[in-house]
Design a protein around this ligand. Sequence first.
Ligand code: NAI
Ligand code: MG
Length: 335
Amino acid sequence: MELCVIPGDGVGPEVVPAAVRVLRQIVPDVTVFEAEAGWECFKKHGTPLPEETLALARRCGAVLYGAAASPHYPVDGYYVPGVRLRRALNTYANVRPTRYLPVPTSRLGVDLIVVRENTEDVYAGHEYTQDSGRVGIGEKVITQEATERVAHRAYRLAQSVNRTKVTIVHKASVMPQTDGLFRRVALEVAQQYPDIATDELLVDTAAYWMVKKPDRFDVILTSNLYGDILSDMAAAWGGGLGLAPSLNLGDGVAMAEPVHGCAPDIAGQGIANPTATILSVALLLRYHFEMVEEAERLEAAIQAVLSTGDHTIDIDREGSLSTAIFTDHVCQQLM
Ligand code: NAI
Ligand code: MG
């Protein structure tokens, strides 16, 4: 097994090595190639995603990515490397499961998977300003091809993990040309999977149900922006951002990354929660390497460590474990 590892900025270089330690425990013969990306990389090399990083990611076909610190204002030559990497690798589906974990902040009964289109929508990068910067314009791009492939991926994934329902989320009522297209194509694909039930919700209503009754959801299929927001909402029910994993899937390529960012407020203190990144590695094992047994062992180890009642401080103020000690406990579970 070959893995390209990109720690990135902030807590990335804390949680990514922790997850690699755990991976080595379970897959001892993994070969890890480390590469740079992010804001620090941009300051050092003038690019947030060097060609060597991209080439290594392509060659390995499997990536573990931490997070990048991206400024919230335009910087000449800078772009968000994670978004660029997902597009370059053509990982067109972003898979974000949320399920109850034994911590006080998680909600019993929640067990859902958001499958989010990963290459287009308002994140396609077609943005410009007019009228001397007084008007900002962005294009929303939805294509039949990208919708079809993510929809098939969502239904096949639902089948593979014995899920029974897919909810298609859109706002076709207000955007009939874009979300209307997404809805129509997704519903057409749904007809090819009669063993899976399908329903649909407008995104605002979906947000309401995500707060009110998250166990109403099984698999959610949606476009890029809505999936980004709904999966962060779901992450709150999973116990918090420190626990929320994700996997970007293409055909034969995958990039695992925690849902959270680089957490500058806690970086460098050794207290970041590595669970989201470790569970992202479990997703990589399950869906990319088809090592289901190893993925289950990893998930069980996390469950067991959290069940002891102690955790990192992001969960609640009772948490006393550092990143390193938490990771030690997970590794001990796997011995
Ligand atoms: P964030 O996810 O970095 O942090 C939000 C809150 O969650 C913070 O209080 C943070 O301390 C906490 N948190 C996040 N991960 C944690 C962990 N593993 N353990 C314990 N606590 C954790 O989001 P925020 O603050 O909006 O963004 C910070 C920076 O990260 C920005 O520069 C943003 O652009 C970047 N970012 C990068 C992403 C990526 O590269 N995939 C995704 C989201 C944000
Ligand atoms: Mg997000």
